[in-house]
Design a protein around this ligand. Structure first.
Ligand SMILES: [Fe+2]
Ligand SMILES: [Fe+2]
Length: 499
C-alpha cells in the first residue's frame, strides 16, 4: 500500500511540453494549448512566444525543492502543507521569458509530488516560475533559476553545510540565522547544495510512543528552509547518525523508525537512484524500495560520491535509538561489501580531474578527521596500532582511505563535529564543515583535531571548480545583532585551492 508520505511521481511523456502564446491563467490550463514534442530551442531558430504567468505572486505558500539534476533534466519536489490545486512550471533560458510550460498536474495538501523538467540543454541556466492554481488563490512564485550539468572544462560552484540540527533551538540553532545562511547560499547561484546529515533528527522523539507522523514532521519542518536554497540549487542529502535511517532498526514490518525516516526523506526530497546519469545503491529494501542513500555522479570536471555507513552496517553505528551504549569495537561497523565494491569501481573508473567524497563522518561516528582516518575499515588499524585489516576485511584489497589515495581523491567532506577544519592526509584533503545556524558561534570538538586549520560556527562552505583549480571557501554567517566590523555575514573566513 502506498504510504501517505510517498510522492506521486508524475511521469509525463518525457519530451512533451505545452507550448502556448501569451495567455491567461485559464488559457494556460485549457486544451487550447497544443501538446507537442519539443526540445530546447536550437540556436538560430525563431524564439517562441513567451508565456506570461498570471495571478498574484506569492499565492503559493508551499515550497519547491529541486533534486536529481542531470545535464538534461531536474526533478522538482513540490509540497504545500495546506494548499491544494494544480501546478505547472513555466521555463525559459532568459529571465522573464518563459518559452515552455510543463504539463499541469494536481497537487493535494500535504502530499509531495515530483515533477520532472526534461529535455534541457547541458550547462545551461534555466529560469522558472511555479504556476499555482487553487480554489481561492492563484499565481506564480517568484522567479528562480537552476543550471544543468556543464561539460568538462567549465566553471561551476556548489555549496555544502553540516548539521543544521533544527531541534537544538538556541543552543545550536537559530531560525533567523538559518534563513540568512540559506538565503546567502541561494544568492550564489550554486549548481547544487550538499547537506551532510543531522538535519532531520528523529532521536529527540520518545521511543515508546514514536509514530510515522512524528518522524515525517522532522522532514516537513525543513521544507520552508530548504525551499530557500532548494528552489535554486538542487539538494543532495547524506544521512547522519541522528536521522536514525539505519539498517539496525529494520524489523521486517513497515512500522519502525528506519522505514519511516527513509521514506519521509525520499518522498520530500528527490534523491538519486541508479540511472544513466547516476550510479548508486541498487538494493531494494522491503517497505522502502531503493534507499537512494549512496550515489555518485560527474558534474563538469568533478566526480561526486556520497557514501553511507548507516545502511551498510547491520549494527548501530553511533547512538542506539532505543537506548544503550555506543559500541566500542568499530570493526563491527561497516559500509558493507556492496558499497565498498561500488566505491572502488566508481573511483577507479572515473577520469574526472577532481574526485570529491562526502559522508556524515569517517565511519559514521567518533570525533576528528585524519585522527580517525587511520582506523578500522577506513584506515586499516585498530586503536592499539595493530594492522588487523586483512583479517577483518579479507575480501577488501585496501582500506577506504587507501582507496582514496590510490585513486587520487581530491577531498573528503564530512560534518558531525560541528566545526570547520581543513586537514590533509597522504595528499587527500579532509574537510569538516560547520553548522549553518549556531547562534553561539561555537568551536565544538576542537580537541579532537590535533592538526589543521580550525574555525568556529556558523556558515556554509562554497566550492568553485574551474580550470584554475577547486577553490574551497568558508563563508561565515551571523545574526544581524551579532555583526561587527570584523564579523560580517558573507565574509570568507578561509579559503584554499586544490590544484
Ligand atoms: Fe550533528
Ligand atoms: Fe552527527
Amino acid at each position: 500500500m502506498r504510504s501517505r508520505s510517498a510522492p506521486r511521481r508524475y511521469r509525463p511523456t518525457s519530451s512533451r511540453f505545452i507550448l502556448c502564446g501569451v495567455v491567461s491563467a485559464a488559457a494556460l490550463l485549457s486544451a487550447a494549448c497544443r501538446a507537442q514534442d519539443t526540445t530546447a530551442v536550437s540556436p538560430g531558430a525563431p524564439a517562441p512566444p513567451s508565456i506570461t504567468p498570471t495571478g498574484a505572486e506569492g499565492a503559493f505558500r508551499g515550497s519547491v525543492v529541486l533534486g536529481r539534476p542531470t545535464d538534461r533534466s531536474v526533478v522538482a519536489n513540490v509540497w504545500s502543507a495546506d494548499q491544494a490545486g494544480t501546478v505547472s512550471f513555466l521555463v525559459g533560458t532568459a529571465p522573464g521569458q518563459y518559452s515552455r510550460r510543463t504539463a499541469t498536474v494536481a497537487l493535494a495538501a500535504d502530499t509531495p509530488i515530483e515533477l520532472p523538467i526534461t529535455d534541457l540543454t547541458p550547462g545551461t541556466r534555466y529560469y522558472y516560475r511555479l504556476q499555482f492554481t487553487g480554489a481561492a488563490v492563484s499565481g506564480p512564485t517568484a522567479e528562480r533559476s537552476f543550471r544543468t550539468a556543464p561539460a568538462t572544462g567549465g566553471t561551476f560552484r556548489f555549496g555544502l553545510q553540516g548539521d543544521s540540527h533544527p531541534e537544538r533551538v538556541r543552543s545550536q540553532f537559530d531560525s533567523v540565522l538559518y534563513v540568512r545562511t540559506l538565503t546567502a547560499a541561494a544568492a550564489d547561484s550554486l549548481d547544487f547544495y550538499v547537506m551532510l546529515g543531522d538535519d532531520f533528527s528523529i532521536d529527540i522523539l520518545d521511543p515508546a510512543t514514536i509514530t510515522s507522523a512524528q518522524v515525517r514532521q522532522r522532514y516537513t519542518l525543513q521544507r520552508p528552509y530548504l525551499g530557500i536554497i532548494g528552489a535554486m540549487s538542487p539538494v543532495f542529502l547524506v544521512n547522519g547518525n541522528h536521522e536514525q535511517a539505519a539498517r539496525y532498526l529494520l524489523d521486517g514490518t513497515p512500522n519502525n523508525p528506519a522505514v519511516w525516516a527513509q521514506n519521509a526523506r525520499n518522498s520530500l526530497y528527490a534523491q538519486p537512484a541508479p540511472d544513466a546519469f547516476y550510479s548508486g545503491n541498487p538494493e531494494q529494501v522491503s517497505h522502502i524500495g531503493l534507499l537512494r542513500n549512496y550515489y555518485a555522479f560527474t558534474w563538469g570536471d568533478a566526480l561526486f560520491v556520497m557514501i553511507d555507513p548507516y545502511w551498510g552496517s547491520s549494527v548501530c553505528v553511533d547512538n542506539p535509538f532505543f537506548g544503550g551504549d555506543k559500541r566500542s569495537d568499530l570493526w563491527t561497523v561497516t559500509h558493507g561489501d556492496a558499497q565498498y565494491q561500488w566505491l572502488k569501481r566508481t573511483l577507479e573508473q572515473s577520469t574526472a580531474k577532481y574526485k570529491f567524497v562526502f559522508a556524515h563522518h569517517v565511519m559514521g561516528t567518533g570525533r576528528g578527521g585524519v585522527e580517525v582516518a587511520r582506523l578500522y575499515e577506513w584506515g586499516g588499524r585498530s586503536p592499539n596500532g595493530a594492522a588487523e585489516f586483512a583479517a577483518r576485511r579479507p575480501t577488501w584489497p585496501v582500506p577506504i582511505h587507501q582507496l582514496f589515495v590510490q585513486n587520487k581523491v581530491s577531498a573528503f567532506f564530512q560534518g558531525h563535529d560541528h566545526i570547520w577544519v581543513r586537514q590533509e592526509l597522504d595528499g587527500v584533503v579532509y574537510q569538516s564543515v560547520s553548522e549553518p545556524a549556531d547562534p553561539n558561534y561555537s568551536l565544538f570538538n576542537a580537541d579532537a583535531y590535533t592538526t589543521g586549520v580550525k574555525f568556529p560556527n556558523s556558515g556554509y562552505t562554497r566550492v568553485t571548480v574551474s580550470p584554475a583549480g577547486a577553490k574551497v571557501e568558508y563563508v561565515r554567517m551571523y545574526r544581524t545583532a551579532d555583526e561587527t566590523a570584523g564579523r560580517a555575514s558573507g565574509t570568507v573566513a578561509y579559503s584554499y585551492v586544490i590544484p
